[in-house]
Design a protein around this ligand. Structure first.
Ligand SMILES: Cc1cc2nc3c(=O)[nH]c(=O)nc-3n(C[C@H](O)[C@H](O)[C@H](O)COP(=O)(O)OP(=O)(O)OC[C@H]3O[C@@H](n4cnc5c(N)ncnc54)[C@H](O)[C@@H]3O)c2cc1C
Length: 472
């Protein structure tokens, strides 16, 4: 774009933006609206390292569905883009600010509207923190299964928009599997409901699952009806140490092949074990090449039996030692250590966490590919993740001052995605496409599938105002 056109375009955008903000203030005088750069700065980034957000026109913290609907309607009228945002813990740049767009934060809509014990469902606003829903359900002897490692900070709205996974997916599935219905504000401000408390409901197209994982590009989720389950018995926890990640990967394959379905099957490589032990002083085997954390919530002797069988599979794969948590407190402690793997790696530098998935039988090959590619790009890498789902998080740890780090990471992660695709896997198991993986979407899904996605986007958001530049 030549400088004169650029100046007139940016001037026009500024005029439209100012008119939009004036209309917003007039329509919703009580809405919390931040426009000062000192206030909006903290809403520019999410947890993805090496993203390059713009400056938002403003940040609105909506308090109700009606406010969200008015904001989106006015945004459409003024052709001003909207970036929906939860807690900003995302790891694919989905909630990062877009230059000149309004960031619409949903964290003030944080009420659990109902825990319906007769129907085993919860109805919640999108800003509810995942862990708070877990605690509220527990008070009724119930349990909300999806639990991303960020569960103490991330919102249900973010979980729905990313179709997040977590540490219990092997047995209970991902966020999608826990959703019965949504309330969604569409790109023109219309409010729709896609389902409710019915366990079975197949009327028309499945819009609920269209919005799940759509990363704020198709609608703004303002309420969700979620499936609860009876709380399972306390877990039994097993740690299995191996000489290499390959052996640990082999154990994952053997466990899956044996038909064992633990609630948790998590992996840490040597680099991550050392970082976690260094940061959290747990007495882990720092000489081990890899570790699996395997948990059963089957209860009583069934849990003992499940872990006995998992131990057998680990032994057959060459486990060097097998340790069971002495009691639930020690188990909680170990699980917490795994949840803090990313934080532990961050103590050593910038930790750029990635996310790939492969069919579970290909986990050993994916681990080998990550090891090889990282060495070729001279990048220290810690690998951990939900190995029981075939979902791994290679995390590059680099010096913040290293000027070549971003370029080298981008080159290495491109090769890791290629390796995942070649193994029949995916460029993202749970963190989403966002801005970070947009360029690889076509390689993953193929041009025809991406064309269908664009058609869906055009049908639901013809003006392209919802989270532009994300996913597609
Ligand atoms: C330490 C750490 C551990 C993590 N562990 C896991 C894990 O185990 N599993 C996992 O899957 N992820 C994990 N994550 C990633 C992240 O926490 C999840 O993606 C989470 O669901 C994001 O929620 P959020 O509220 O922070 O959403 P944000 O980051 O604010 O937003 C994420 C996306 O959702 C959209 N969005 C948010 N709210 C709405 C809404 N109401 N309507 C429409 N769109 C919306 C945004 O536009 C954006 O595209 C982890 C992150 C960190 C930092």
């Amino acid at each position: 774009m030549d400088p004169a056109t650029y100046m007139s375009t940016t001037h026009a955008a500024a005029v439209t933006g100012a008119a939009f903000l004036a209309a917003l203030r007039a329509a919703l005088p009580d809405v919390r609206l931040l426009t000062d750069r000192a206030d909006t700065a903290s809403y520019r980034f999410d947890e993805t390292e090496y993203t390059h957000p713009g400056w938002p026109l403003g940040v609105a913290l909506a308090a109700s569905t009606a406010e969200v609907a008015t904001i989106v309607r006015l945004a459409a009228e003024h052709r001003t883009p909207i970036v929906p945002r939860g807690a900003g813990t995302g790891l694919s740049g989905g909630a990062i600010a877009v230059e000149g767009a309004l960031t619409l934060v949903l964290t003030r809509m944080d009420r659990i509207l109902e825990i319906d014990t007769a129907n085993l469902v919860a109805t919640v606003q999108p800003g509810v923190i995942n862990a708070d829903l877990g605690k509220a359900a527990a008070e009724h002897g119930l349990f909300y299964a999806p639990d991303p490692a960020s569960f103490e900070t991330c919102t249900i709205g973010g979980n729905l928009a990313e179709n997040s996974g977590g540490l219990r997916c092997v047995k209970y599935g991902v966020t999608r599997d826990a959703v019965l219905g949504l309330e969604v504000v569409l790109a023109d401000g219309t409010v729709i409901r896609t389902g409710g408390k019915n366990v079975k409901d197949v009327a028309g197209y499945d819009l609920t699952h269209l919005f799940i994982g759509s990363e704020g590009t198709l609608g703004v989720i303002t309420e969700a009806t979620l499936r609860l389950r009876p709380a399972p018995p306390p877990k039994l926890t097993l740690l299995a140490f191996f000489a290499s990640v390959r052996a640990a990967g082999d154990a994952v394959t053997r466990i899956t092949e044996a038909g064992i379905v633990p609630v948790t099957l998590e992996l840490m490589d040597a680099f991550t074990i050392r970082a976690v032990d260094e940061a959290q002083h747990l007495g882990l085997d720092r000489d081990a090449g890899a570790m699996l954390m395997i948990e059963s919530d089957a209860g009583g002797t069934a849990a003992e039996d499940e872990l006995d069988r998992a131990e057998g599979a680990c032994r057959d794969a060459g486990a060097t030692s097998l340790v069971r948590a002495a009691d639930p407190t020690e188990a909680d402690w170990l699980r917490e250590a795994r949840r803090k793997a990313h934080w532990s790696l961050e103590q050593a530098g910038v930790a750029r966490m990635d996310d790939v998935g492969v069919p579970r039988s290909r986990v050993p090959e994916m681990l080998a590919a990550i090891e090889r590619i990282s060495a070729e790009h001279d990048l220290p890498v810690g690998v951990f993740g939900h190995a029981g789902d075939g979902n791994l998080h290679p995390t590059f740890v680099v010096d913040r001052e290293d000027p070549t780090a971003e370029e080298r990471i981008n080159a290495a992660r491109g090769r890791i995605y290629e390796a995942a695709i070649a193994l029949g896997g995916t460029i993202t198991g749970e963190h989403g496409t966002g801005t970070a993986k947009r360029a690889w979407l076509e390689a993953q899904r193929g041009p025809d599938a991406v064309r269908v996605m664009r058609a869906v986007k055009a049908a639901l958001d013809p003006l392209g105002i919802l989270n532009p530049g994300k996913v597609l």
